[in-house]
Design a protein around this ligand. Structure first.
Ligand code: NAD
Ligand code: DAU
Length: 339
């Protein structure tokens, strides 16, 4: 069976490829990735030469490339990870988010319509639900929570979700959607909160915490997300949305303190900086549906996952040092100024 993975040179897509190839060595994996600033071929180094793997550099918005790939590969499963994924960049410049996240999804769905597909899976996000107040810990996002987006990123993801649902209803595309909470683990691009804090701490640089640092995210180890996606592909009901998250809510400040303690660095490195515009206060997933229907539960405890993640960044300094010395430098100066 051939599995098409878009965005496989990024954080979650690459982890998914490793996850799948280890468990299903008989399958062929085709990865379509544009290699934007967030895509990294070094990440895929260990699988590039494997006979069951093919990498194609290309844009999901490019209809000719996508159609040619469907024609030649005839994928049974299509997993759509490719996206512009960073909220701060979407505030800086929304255009590319609309193009990639919405139009790119439309192109893939059209290819599924034209060439047929066993399953199409849209990797979406809990951010489509907006946020929850800090003083209502009894509230959680369910699949019925209304879409209520805060950033151009989340709006583009919500728009793509609606498009997927329309293709299920109108054209009968066998699609599913997952809306996952914040992931962490190996190969996450250093602009994101956890790797950024680990790397700055390792470099004895200040750790820029937005606002009061009390915002809450519901952290999930990336492999648990990959397993949830596999379960949805296998047994999820067509047309359904599945929330993925593990009741692991943490305030940003507590995560930063955990990282500093793990690296034996002083809390004096914490620096409060201007808040993100439209900053969502709290995310919290109710995973009851995916647990009840598919038996999914997270397996990695936060403390264990964080230890593994910090160790990974310690052991893979070549991977991130290459990144932080390139285009990332300009981005960092633009967002964080002199920090
Ligand atoms: P990432 O930014 O690390 O990787 C994105 C990948 O997509 C990169 O390899 C990039 O080169 C590729 N890409 C971007 N534009 C492309 C285009 N036009 N054509 C082909 N490839 C393109 O992102 P991530 O954190 O791995 O997120 C993957 C997916 O999961 C996204 O859809 C994101 O919305 C979703 N998601 C992420 C999280 C999280 O915590 N990171 C949580 C829930 C959902
Ligand atoms: O919830 C799922 C989403 O999680 C995904 O859809 C997104 O693709 C992914 O980027 C992530 O979005 P967040 O905005 O929650 O993640 P980020 O890592 O950017 O920030 C996490 C929290 O940390 C958030 O409250 C903002 C804060 N933060 C972030 C950065 C980069 C800081 O305080 N300082 C920082 O420098």
């Amino acid at each position: 069976m051939t599995v098409l993975v878009t965005g496989g040179a990024g954080f979650i897509g690459s982890n998914f490829i490793f996850y799948w190839m280890e468990r299903h060595p008989e399958d062929r994996i085709v990865c379509l990735d544009k290699l934007t600033y967030a895509g990294n071929l070094f990440t895929l180094e260990s699988v590039m030469e494997k006979p069951g793997f093919r990498f194609v550099k290309g844009d999901v918005c490019d209809r000719d490339t996508v159609c040619e790939l469907f024609r030649t590969e005839q994928p049974e499963y299509v997993l759509h990870f490719a996206a512009e994924s960073h909220v701060d960049r979407s505030i800086d410049g929304p255009d590319v988010f609309l193009r990639t996240n919405l139009f790119g999804t439309a192109v893939l769905l059209d290819a599924c319509r034209e060439f047929g597909v066993g399953r199409y899976h849209q990797v979406s996000t809990d951010e489509v639900y907006g946020d929850l107040p800090l003083d209502r810990p009894d509230l959680f996002f369910t699949e019925d929570t209304p879409l209520h987006t805060s950033s151009p990123y989340s709006a583009s993801k919500a728009a793509a979700d609606l498009l997927v649902q329309s293709y299920v209803r109108t054209y009968g595309i066998p699609a599913t959607i997952s809306r996952c909470s914040n992931n962490y683990g190996p190969y996450q691009f250093p602009e994101k909160f956890i790797p950024l804090m680990i790397i700055n701490a390792l470099n004895d640089k200040l750790l820029p915490v937005y606002g009061d640092g009390l915002n809450v995210r519901d952290w999930l180890y990336v492999e648990d997300h990959c397993r949830a996606i596999e379960m949805i592909l296998r047994n999820g009901r067509v047309g359904e949305v599945y929330n993925v998250g593990g009741h692991n809510e943490k305030q940003n400040l507590d995560v930063v303190k955990l990282i500093l303690a793990g690296l034996d660095k002083p809390e004096g490195l914490i620096q409060y900086v201007a808040d993100r515009k439209g900053h969502d206060r709290r995310y919290a997933i109710d995973p009851e549906k995916i647990h009840r229907e598919l038996g999914w539960l997270p397996e990695t405890k936060f403390e264990d996952g964080m230890k593994r993640t910090v160790l990974w960044y310690l052991d893979h300094q070549g991977w991130w040092r290459d990144i932080v010395s390139g285009e990332y430098k300009e981005y960092y100066a633009r967002v964080y100024g002199e920090v």
